[in-house]
Design a protein around this ligand. Structure first.
Ligand code: RB5
Length: 144
């Protein structure tokens, strides 16, 4: 796996899945910073999404993972930050193509939507897949 620095965060709806993902990152030796939240107490996902997104666009971290109840709020909030390409993913094909074609820099997951094992497969594929560039880069340039 490419050596990556990951920024990870969640709200209360994603807390348990975020803890599983952190166990996985520890097991495979991926460097990360946990931006919280750190308990199951209710919290506001836009605050965490913004903190993780800013850490990516500032180049402090290479990519991010955000977990809320559905993955939807996190992806909407993260995509408000210029330079963020956040994707809410629920299957392994989309995980792969979101990297290969869309060069997604934040992966959003729904802790109340998908099971832990599927989520960890998605994370594994998403971290290991590179951007193909070429025609896909030309399309991403059209966002500017
Ligand atoms: C929190 O209840 C829930 O709204 C949040 O985790 C997320 O699903 C938002 O999109």
């Amino acid at each position: 796996m490419e050596k990556l620095k990951i920024a990870i965060g969640c709200d209360h709806g994603g807390y348990l899945l975020k803890e599983k993902i952190i166990q996985y990152l520890d097991a495979v030796g991926v460097e990360y910073k946990d931006f919280g939240t750190y308990t199951k107490e209710s919290t506001d996902y836009p605050v965490i999404a913004k903190a993780v997104s800013k850490a990516i666009v500032s180049h402090e971290f290479d990519r991010g993972i955000l977990v809320c109840g559905t993955g939807l709020g996190m992806s909407i909030a993260a995509n408000k930050i210029k330079g963020i390409r956040a994707v809410c993913v629920e299957n392994t094909y989309s995980a792969r193509v979101s990297r290969a074609h869309n060069n997604a820099n934040i992966l959003c997951l729904g802790g109340r939507v998908i099971g832990d094992y599927l989520a960890l497969d998605i994370v594994d594929i998403w971290l290991k897949t590179g951007f193909e560039g070429g025609r896909h880069k030309l399309r991403l340039d059209m966002f500017e």
